[in-house]
Design a protein around this ligand. Sequence first.
Ligand code: GLY
Ligand code: MN
Ligand code: MN
Length: 473
Amino acid sequence: MSQTEAKRSGAPAPKKMARAKSRAAPPDLNVVRSTGIAPAEYTRRRRRLMDGLHEDAVALIPGALVRLRNGDTGYPFRQDSNFLYLTGFAEPQSLLVLVPGRPQGESILFCREREPRAERYDGERLGPERAASALGLDDAFPWEDSDEILSGLIEGRRRIYFPLGADADFDRRVLGWVQLLRSRVGSDSLPQCEFVDIGHLLHDLRLVKSAAELRLMRQAGAISAEAHCRAMQVCRPGMTESDLEAELLYSFRRAGAREPAYECIVAGGENACTLHYVRNSDALADGALVLIDAGCEYAGYAADITRTFPTSGRFTPVQRELYDLVLSAQHAAIDAARSGAHFNAPHEAAVRVLTQGLVDLKLLDGPLDKLIETEAARRFCMHKTSHWLGLDVHDVGDYRVGEAWRELEPGMVLTVEPGLYFPPELDDVPEAFKGIGIRIEDDVVITRGEPEVLTGGVPKSPDAIEALMAEGR
Ligand code: GLY
Ligand code: MN
Ligand code: MN
């Protein structure tokens, strides 16, 4: 048995785990009701999207397809976020067609037909016969009939909205439907037709979250926070990064969140200076910090949390000094995340605090405003402070309107994640800083008042982290 294994097997079980919550059944995304979002909300979303389209338009929003990983094994199926947002339906081989003003029905779904043999292997399908009423749509047809029916649905429409350029195969299918229509009715009798990317309109809708979406995001935040607490409590020097990753995934699944929202980053020591480190295979050294960036996906919604803590349970004075600086920057950034401020305000607040701190540490020299203007702190924090969060971890929505940063509005959700990184190769920093990487990340809802932090269930002050880690010992 290796030293690592010996220490690992000696680790006590974490205390104070919330057992009751962790038994929740995972939401089944096949049918809309199980996400907790009412069918009427999906109807409203489709209505709002159609209201933004031209009258003579048709919109085509494809679901995701099953992708092979290797051999006969597929990647875990994840529905396309745009499609999920508009239908709540999570079966592959689906297509939503919106035809504003069409007397026979405006919202039409194509989906897989019921097939007893296939369902014996892969589970029950909703099927077109049940889909329209289950999902609050006007009509539903078999996926296999889409080529035949689509050319009729786009006939007479001058604008075809779809996620243009997002998937070459779907681009080709749309062209195929137009060609089919031309061959059917003759190009001379067809009006000119334009392809328009639906992204901008749809992403603007997705950017501002509804009350029901925020409920799911609170749950994603709470589950993820609990998983981080567990990882802090079980952590011991000598365990591997992979051991902690296993604890996170275990917590997510036990709590009804089947998948992480993105690959977990568990980075001990200098691995934390690799921003997207996902190898997660090294042993955790005593005296080092470990950075965990992990969040679950719950009912389609992502959480995104980073915490950095000492493997031993106690920060060294140097670690604490640098950590406190990142934490001050994060507090300032969260405080700047307010309705009416612009998207970059949290980043600017964080950079101001970090830059002043780096001057105090004698790592930067010069007038503060000049250092901020020249982005001098980027040497030690190379990423931005925020991104939108929602169905995608790096969620959709424009960050700028023209040249200007977008204004923050109630219901928008963003991360706040400043960091400081001192890769070992930096030759002009104190020896004690080398190999330290610290990031602190929370998920924040813009409200009419104080910012709402969705991920406050996991501590972030050094004292509170040490206290939680001590509980696990
Ligand atoms: N976990 C990805 C990010 O923080 O942006
Ligand atoms: Mn993250
Ligand atoms: Mn993030």
